[in-house]
Design a protein around this ligand. Structure first.
Ligand code: ADP
Length: 401
């Protein structure tokens, strides 16, 4: 069975075609700059050279048509006929409270995802564009939606209800949702597999550290808390997002500088985090470089980030009544030994003992704690696409499609 996985953003679409008999990726790629000048498709057929197709791509449908054409192309294609694609799996950012697991996409599902647009105005609309375009291009192929929020739907109310009047939850569903769920799910389960343990016996803190970051407490395989909340700005500081903040600051700044909601939003989402504190860059590599050269604010940004993660690890160990595993994943978690070391330093009292030599690893699965560390510290590259492909296969087979 071949499953096409689509991650449709506002101006880009990422895709991977899986052969599910081996779970191999037989082609993957990226449509870039949709609706902007110089749009192109970067297509990577398995074991062959990258192909770049430069063409005007005014919308998502044209972009996805280009992807399908590339998949069946006589020279750089990987399948003979589009009929070989048995199902399409879509990443959907926000499923609200309606979706605690992946689903076959129907008209009702599309309606429910549309209803979640106010909760994720930047993400759900382009996700829907991808779904609707695929429905047009491959009308008889079943499509499955996999939600970033679904894994966190197991959180108990005391973790997801905020301390504001309860009516806002009732009226507008204001609550903690959490994101990166597919990634937290994947790395937690992969950690159990690598350790040859049942996930049922493990208390895991998963640290997804990328441009957007979140930490999750995964207790016996279930998410019981996570650092991102109602929006995608809470928790630890990120590339340009502020992380946890005293709400009084927002009110104070809005009044002091007479800021509009849009301006305040721009400050919190686009001007804060690594960029805002360091004044250097939103990219951690640049911040690390500057800190190494002695830039004080870059070093401070790294410290704030690591300190925030450390506090979440401690908090979640308390929430789970103990800790067995800490996993680092995503761009920063997989690559930055500097961040991992700063996070773990001082957590020896919790049973965390990092092996500095093993911690030098980049981008591959590894246990980086010392052999006698009570808590296992691991690096596990995330693989959200594989989870989407597996869910898609399972659901399509279950529905007898
Ligand atoms: P996204 O959230 O967009 O998927 P990624 O998971 O790709 O982002 O993470 C991007 C972040 O990872 C950037 O801050 C980047 O600097 C960081 N990163 C990538 N490679 C390295 C590296 N070798 N060392 C340190 N940080 C890295």
């Amino acid at each position: 069975m071949k499953v096409l996985v689509i991650n449709s953003g506002s101006s880009s679409i990422k895709y991977q075609l899986f052969d599910m008999t081996t779970e191999e990726v037989i082609a993957k790629g990226l449509v870039e700059r949709i609706g902007i000048a110089n749009s192109r498709l970067n297509h990577y057929p398995q074991n062959r050279e990258k192909v770049v197709i430069e063409q005007d791509i005014p919308d998502h449908e044209v972009g996805l048509k280009l992807v399908l054409d590339a998949l069946v192309h006589p020279t750089h294609g990987v399948i003979k006929d589009l009929k070989e694609i048995s199902a399409v799996g879509h990443r959907i950012v926000h499923g609200g409270e309606k979706f605690a697991s992946s689903v076959l996409i129907t008209d009702e599902v599309i309606k429910a995802v549309e209803e979640c647009i106010p909760l994720a105005p930047l993400h759900n609309p382009p996700n829907l564009l991808g779904i609707k375009a695929m429905q047009k291009l491959l009308p008889s192929v079943p499509q499955v939606g996999v939600f970033d929020t679904a894994f966190h739907q197991t959180m108990p109310p005391h973790a997801y209800i905020y301390g504001i009047p309860y009516e806002y939850y009732e009226r507008y569903r204001v609550r903690r949702y959490g994101f990166h769920g597919t990634s937290h799910y994947y790395v937690a389960n992969r950690a159990a597999e690598i350790l040859s343990k049942s996930i049922e016996e493990l208390r895991i803190v998963t640290c997804h550290l990328g441009n957007g970051s979140s930490i999750a407490a995964v207790d016996k395989g279930r998410s019981i808390d996570t650092s991102l909340g109602f929006g995608t700005v809470a928790g630890v500081i990120m590339g340009t997002r502020c992380g946890d903040l005293d709400p009084a600051i927002v009110l104070f700044l809005m009044e002091k500088d007479d800021l509009s909601t849009a301006k305040m939003q721009e400050i919190l989402y686009k001007k804060s985090g690594f960029l805002g504190v360091s004044g250097i860059s939103n990219d951690l590599r640049d911040v690390e470089e500057a800190a190494k050269r002695g830039n004080r604010r870059a070093d401070l940004a790294l410290d704030i980030f690591a300190y925030g993660i450390k506090k979440y690890i401690g908090a979640y160990a308390a929430a789970m009544g103990g800790l067995d595993v800490v996993v680092f994943t995503a761009g920063i978690g997989e690559n930055s030994n500097v961040v991992r070391e700063r996070v773990c330093r001082g957590l020896e009292f919790l049973g965390i003992k990092l092996d500095l030599e093993k911690n030098k690893v980049r981008g591959k699965e590894a246990i980086i704690s010392a052999d006698d560390s009570k808590v296992k510290v691991m690096v596990i590259p995330t693989n959200e696409e594989l989870v989407i492909a597996r869910d898609t296969k399972r659901i399509v087979e279950r529905e007898g499609q």
